[in-house]
Design a protein around this ligand. Structure first.
Ligand code: SF4
Ligand code: SF4
Length: 294
């Protein structure tokens, strides 16, 4: 399967382990990644509020690039997914916005017709690759690992833009993948709550506690690790975890995996190949529960 790949900036900056592990699992699954190296940032939702016309043009350009390639647009960041889905919805439902954006895109030699589907890797795994194919590639079952899914918000809300009304099962894909690779999904309230990231600059302690509380709730239910489809959630839950522990005056010590790292581990890649040694919170204790020899 060929996809237009939009990695977002976080996977190429603060979380390079996500970019590397995405390439590993894509190759194993036969997903041909055509990276859109010329595409602009989505504006991370901020631009959509401040200057919707500019955000329409920027995201319209990315959507038009994928359309030209004749492939679905694959994201690996919930924020990119949310923003691109929002603008795809606006452009395809509001002709005046499409017309305004296309007037700008035509200067770049593009016209967006509105046919691109924006899909997070998580959705592609279940809807296009299929759980049977994933099961057939498992070389290292993650039996014994209790894994807490952390969706965060942008991959779940607003439902209308993300196609969740037509496909409500998308709210459960992480659990399906965890089960298929032998892990035990941990159920907890915080899995679909905000991690606190947008509040960091306004009220840092409160933001840290929001993320910390979700992790502690999962830990109290026995979680060995959390897995997330969003590198921004990862930054808040992993890189900020020591600060969250300090603010909360308690030990947290729960590793946070990116989705393709977890899948790659089940496919038999080594922790080093997946850069599981690249995290702030060590992944070693969780990895000790897994038979690493394949
Ligand atoms: S939305 Fe966020 S992750 Fe995506 S490209 Fe923009 S800043 Fe980067
Ligand atoms: S959970 Fe946090 S980082 Fe993830 S999408 Fe929501 S606010 Fe952003």
């Amino acid at each position: 399967m060929k996809v237009a790949f939009w990695p977002g900036c976080v996977s190429k900056g603060a979380c390079p382990e996500l970019y590397v592990s995405t390439h590993k699992v894509a190759e194993a699954l036969g997903i041909e990644l055509h990276e859109l190296t010329e595409a602009p940032c989505t504006g991370a939702g901020v631009l959509s509020e401040q200057n919707p016309a500019l955000a329409d043009s920027l995201n319209g350009l990315t959507l038009a690039m994928a359309e030209k390639l004749g492939a679905d647009l694959m994201t690996i960041c919930s924020t990119c997914q949310g923003v691109l889905s929002n603008h795809n919805y606006q452009l395809t439902h509001k002709p005046e916005r499409m017309e305004r954006a296309n007037a700008v895109l035509s200067e770049q030699g593009y016209t967006y017709k509105g046919t691109t589907k924006v899909k997070h890797l998580l959705w592609i795994l279940v809807e296009d690759i299929g759980l049977d194919k994933i099961r057939s590639l498992v070389k290292r079952k993650l039996t014994g690992l209790k894994i807490a899914p952390f969706y965060g918000c942008y991959i779940l809300r607003p439902e209308e833009y993300l196609g969740l009304r037509e496909k409500p099962e998308r709210k459960n894909y992480l659990e399906q993948i965890i089960s298929i690779i032998g892990g035990e999904p941990v159920e907890y309230h915080g899995k679909s709550k905000c991690c606190g990231f947008p509040m960091v600059t306004m009220n840092r302690d409160k933001a840290l506690m929001m993320g910390g509380n979700h992790i502690m709730e999962a830990k109290s239910k026995g979680a060995d690790l959390l897995v997330t489809p969003c590198p921004l959630c990862h930054l808040n839950l992993d890189a900020q975890q020591p600060d969250a522990a300090r603010v909360m005056k308690q030990t947290i010590d729960v590793p946070i995996f990116h989705l393709p790292q977890l899948l790659g581990l089940a496919f038999g890649f080594s922790p080093e190949e997946l850069r599981l040694d690249h995290h702030v919170v060590p992944t070693t204790k969780a990895l000790e529960k897994v038979e690493l020899k394949v």
